[in-house]
Each structure stands twice: as structure tokens, then as C-alpha cells.
Design a protein around this ligand. Sequence first.
Ligand SMILES: N[C@@H](CCC(=O)N[C@@H](CS)C(=O)NCC(=O)O)C(=O)O
Length: 288
Amino acid sequence: MSVTLYETGPSFYSHLARLTLVEKGADWQSQNINIGPVMENFEPWYMRIHPAGVVPALEHNGTIVTEAIHIMRYVDQNFDGPSLTPEDPALREKMDEWLERMNAFPTREFSYGVQGIALLKPLMKRSYDLRRKVLRKHRDKNPDLAERYNARLQDIDSWQKVSTSPEQVEALRQKAQAILDDMEAELAHGKPWLVGESFTLADIWMMTYLSRLKQFGMTHWWENGKRPLVDAYYQRLQARPSFVKGDVWVGIRPGYMFKMLAPFVLPRLTVLLLLVGGLSYGVWWLFP
Ligand SMILES: N[C@@H](CCC(=O)N[C@@H](CS)C(=O)NCC(=O)O)C(=O)O
């Protein structure tokens, strides 16, 4: 059996796929796709695997599955290991409702929006512009993929529009907290997991969601008695072996970030140093 997950460490949606594979006890290979400024995800070979050029994508014996929510369900249904979907139809419906709701929450816009403060703002603007530049370059060289690249260009416009609008970002903050309120209410039923006695795909989503909020310094939304059931629930989630095995991120890792940025930054830095060196030599030669 061949199972490859195209993913990258810090990516929210990669976490969902990775954790599902880990919870199933699957054997799989990870292929890292650098979604940093080198934008490996926009390269034509990857756009042929994933039409939107995002991670994750799963390849299972020649079948490609994209979209984290589909990958989670696909892995749960097609792989050995404990079921991550409740047997009881009412509970299954509840799990599905949570999954759909979380999938509809624009994590990407929220993530860029809440980080889009002061110093980071110019960097983020540059990151959207860089994406457009790379997408146009690939589109012009690969006419067979033009539709995919154009769709992605439109997507970048709407991503930037939402995540740079203070009103829309504030609305997302409210929405993110409303999710926590409903989680707290759900957990008040006294069950250990979100939809009952057994751990499901919905819990995998929450493990990822709460960790992302932690990464953004938002644990005060549930700690110190603010939402005590969510607090205890997150502790149970963190105690699962998959939390470590699935490599859940709860903060920025400078070493990893350096590796992600290096293929973009180092060649440019080398050219810059050579130019400065050449120029200095020229000045010294002309005006000894
Ligand atoms: N709807 C997609 C979203 C995937 C997504 O947004 N992935 C992000 C990383 S978390 C990505 O690849 N971003 C790179 C980019 O958009 O350029 C899914 O559920 O899989």
C-alpha cells in the first residue's frame, strides 16, 4: 500500500490530515511542500495534483484526495484502525455538523488577519503580491493550467480583502469565540469528547483549532475559568499520543521557519553580497 501525504509542518490543514493518519495508526510517507516564499505549492507538477495549489493532498494507491475534510473522512473510511466516526446516526450527524461548521470557518483569513498587526503588515502585503507574481509566471508558461492559476489569483484577492479589513477580522474573532461558547455548551453534557464517549474526527479538528488559537496567544479565551470545560478538554486532547506523534504546532519554530525561508532568501542574499562586493571593489579600483 502506498500512502503519501503532501503537507507541511506548520500548516493548519496539514495537521488535520496528519493527525487523522496518526490516530488510525496508518503507515504513510510525508512529502514536504514548501509553501513559504519559494511557493513549491504553485509549481505545475503540484498544481496537477492539487488544483488549488494548497496543502494537504493525499495520494493513496494512485487515488488523489484533496481538501482536508475529505482526506479525514477518506482515511477514516478506507484505512484500518479505530473508527473515528460514531456508529450512532444522531452522533454522526452531530460530528458532521461540527466538521462542516469548522470547515466553513475561514482559518486562513483569520490567521493572516489576527497577525496582520503593525510590523507584520508590510510583510504580509508583500506575501500576497509575491504569490500573484509567481502564479502569473506559472500561468503564462503553462497554458493548460491557466484556469487553475486564474482561480487561485482570484482567491488571493478575496483572501487579502478579508484579512486586511479590520471589520471582517473583528467579525472572525467573534465567530472564533462563538465556536468556543458552543464547544463549552457541548462539553457540559459531561462526555469526554466533543460528540460523546468516543474520540472522533471532530476532536481532531478541535485539537488543531485550539492549538492554532494557542499559537496566536489566545488561550485567555478559555484559561483561568473563562471556559473551564474547553480548558479541561484541551488538556485531554494534548494528552493523546497523537498530539506528539502528529507533531502539533503550538508556537512558531524559528529553525523550521529558517529552513522554509532559506531557499528563497539565501540565493538573493548571495547575489546582493556579490553586487556589494563587486561595487566596493570597483570603487576601490577607480578611486584607490
Ligand atoms: N480548503 C483547503 C485549505 C488548505 C489551505 O488553505 N492550506 C494552506 C496551508 S494551511 C496552504 O496551502 N496555503 C498556501 C497558499 O495558499 O499559498 C483544505 O481544506 O485542504
